[in-house]
Design a protein around this ligand. Structure first.
Ligand code: FES
Length: 184
């Protein structure tokens, strides 16, 4: 399969603690107001990301605390494939639902996958909508990840990691700061 065959709608957002956005011209302007530090300092309070402008099949990437965090609005087919493969022979066993976080009402929103788009082999940034499982592909040494970000093939030892985040409302997540010495 041609790993790069599909057009991608990935958008890059850079937010190193402040409100900064870079990305596709069509949506850069409206999204400037949709990513903001929670409270006075993202170091202390995290970064809130409004997902309301993200459409089905789109992905955004925020850089927070020096690491990229991807949020993908999965299609029904991607969700179905991820759930169906819960029972597959997975190198790193995790269910799709275990990789999601509940909304304030306690329910999971299976559409949004939030993850570090970093290959767990040697840390390359993965390519979306690619690979044998139509999830992500790492071009460095050929790791394939499914639509839940789970490794399925290649040298990556574990699934792509899920950042520490929470839903603060129906359409907004907060990326929590990394643990820092001296802060609680
Ligand atoms: S860094 Fe991704 S397969 Fe090696």
């Amino acid at each position: 399969m041609d790993e790069m065959k599909k057009p991608r709608r990935d958008f890059l957002f850079v937010a190193t603690g402040a409100v900064v956005a870079i990305g596709a011209a069509a949506i850069t302007r409206p999204l400037l107001g949709h990513m903001a530090p929670a409270g006075d300092s993202p170091l202390l309070h995290g970064l809130e990301v409004d997902l309301s402008l993200l459409k089905e099949g789109e992905q955004m990437t925020a850089t927070f605390m020096g690491k990229p965090v991807a949020i993908r609005y999965r299609t029904p087919a991607e969700i179905k494939a991820a759930q169906a493969d819960d029972t597959a022979d997975l190198p790193h066993t995790e269910t799709d639902r275990s990789r999601l976080r509940p909304k304030p009402d306690g329910k999971l929103d299976h559409r949004f996958l939030v993850f570090y788009p970093i290959c767990t082999h040697f840390g390359c940034v993965v390519v979306g909508e690619a690979g044998d499982y139509d999830g992500w592909y790492c071009p460095c040494h050929g790791a394939h990840f499914d639509t839940s970000g789970r490794v399925r093939k290649g040298p990556a030892p574990i699934n792509m990691e899920i950042p520490d985040y929470e839903w603060v409302s129906d359409g907004v997540i907060r990326l929590r700061r990394l643990p820092l010495l001296g802060f609680s």
